[in-house]
Ligand binder design. Structure first.
Ligand code: NAD
Ligand code: TYD
Length: 378
């Protein structure tokens, strides 16, 4: 079947994996990648598919509603997969307004432009879909009731042998009440509410998914894993916030992209699905795995980079634990993570070490100045 799919934020980390998957898997679809190319957007992430006949790039700002209206009409869009966002918690603490602008107003502009275009067609919402990508951070933070980790109540074929446990009895489920703490998560929560409101008020065919922390190639090096890999390579300090006791649930980005493909095609209208790796790690433990892996791949003696660990002032409002229960997605659509964490992290570290030019292009210039500013007071 021929379809015209608009993917927003396709030049970013997760978006580039989704664009790549769709362009390669669906030669009959026209994939339109809409991205503003902020500091986080990088067309080098898509070099391998940019010449494919079913791929087009449009540079635009999702807040610009007239431009969104034009793009919906010009490309006759029948499906939207919306990933464009400001995505980094630390930046949201410094500059909350940019997060409200892009994540709230941008999502609203896109919703309204899609609604107007689809309502103008003879078949209206029939065969259309607006799929909004969100985060588990909207649910707030969970307690850390089992500091040493307890046996996970979940099993997946990909769960990590070394680290198959949870740090508490509670998990985020699709009905968990929203309780965002950071300007980032507050802006994402607001955008989720607008998507659901467009469904409930106007009948917009919409789906929302909330995913845990992603890791993998092409992630901007302000986020924990690529930042630390790069700093180890340059023998720079590794800034661990607080005591490094916060827990995150890590999912390999290609597994998220696979889930997005499945849900876009087979998910039920108006539903929410949680996506997660059943793979909880304390920051300090994951940092030690990264150090060990980078040192081994660089041929350094074991423990060589341990001294780079530097405990710094904690992030304001730092959520203690995120943990997703993604059994609904497993049960209803048959998805589960495909990679063992050890394999995912090995592939990830190797990718960053093998693609140093990609990293160096990003970390020169503006980013370097931003990073120095961010850490000079810590
Ligand atoms: P990213 O920061 O790497 O990429 C965001 C992309 O959006 C960039 O290409 C940027 O240029 C583009 N963009 C930003 N503002 C824009 C605007 N006004 N108009 C058009 N494009 C704009 O983010 P990511 O980590 O790939 O996250 C993608 C989505 O997934 C976000 O909505 C995020 O909230 C969500 N999410 C991320 C994670 C994660 O761990 N990274 C987890 C769950 C959900
Ligand atoms: P991050 O990658 O920013 O993702 P998020 O805040 O969305 O979970 O951070 C992951 C965890 O690592 C989080 O608990 C904050 C912590 N962290 C550090 O300790 N040091 C750092 O330099 C960064 C970027 C994050």
């Amino acid at each position: 079947m021929k379809r015209n799919i608009l993917i927003t934020g396709g030049a970013g980390f997760i978006g580039s994996h989704v664009v790549r998957l769709f362009v390669n898997k669906y030669p009959d679809y026209r994939i339109v990648n809409l991205d503003k190319l902020t500091y986080a957007g990088n067309l080098a992430n898509l070099k391998d598919i940019e010449d494919k006949p079913n791929y087009e790039f449009v540079r635009a700002d999702i807040v610009d509603i007239d431009e969104m209206r034009r793009i919906m009409r010009e490309y006759q869009i029948d499906g939207v997969i919306h990933l464009a966002a400001e995505s980094h918690v630390d930046r949201s603490i410094k500059d909350p307004f940019t997060f409200a602008r892009t994540n709230v107003m941008g999502t609203l502009s896109l919703l309204q432009a899609a609604r107007e275009y689809w309502e103008s067609l003879p078949k209206k919402f029939d065969g259309k879909r607006f799929y909004h990508i969100s985060t588990d951070e909207v649910y707030g933070a969970l307690e850390l009731t089992a500091p040493e980790g307890i046996e996970s109540p979940f099993t997946t074929t990909a769960s990590s042998a070394e680290h198959h446990h949870a740090y508490g009895e509670e998990f985020f489920v699709e009905t968990t009440k929203y309780n965002p703490h950071s300007p980032y998560s507050a802006s994402k929560a607001s955008s989720d509410h607008f998507v659901r409101a467009y469904h409930d008020t106007y009948g917009m065919p919409a789906i929302v998914t909330n995913c845990s922390n992603n890791y993998g190639p092409y992630q901007f090096p302000e986020k924990l894993i690529p930042l630390f890999i790069n700093n180890i390579r340059h023998r720079k300090p590794l800034p661990v916030y607080g005591k490094g006791e916060n827990v995150r649930d890590w999912l390999f980005v290609e597994d998220h992209a696979r889930a997005i493909d499945l849900i876009f095609h087979e998910g039920k209208d108006a539903e929410t699905y949680n996506i997660g790796g059943f793979n909880e790690w304390k920051n300090i433990d994951i940092i030690r795995v990264i150090i060990r892996t980078v040192d081994r791949l660089l041929g350094n003696p074991e423990g060589y980079s341990d001294e780079l660990i530097t405990y710094v002032t904690d992030r304001a409002g730092h959520d203690l634990r995120y943990a997703i229960d993604s059994r609904k997605l497993q049960r209803e659509l048959g998805w589960e993570p495909s990679l063992q964490f050890e394999e995912g992290i090995e592939r990830t570290v190797r990718w960053y070490l093998d693609n140093q030019e990609w990293m160096d292009n990003i970390t020169s210039g503006d980013y370097e100045r931003y990073y120095d500013e961010m850490y000079k007071n810590r």
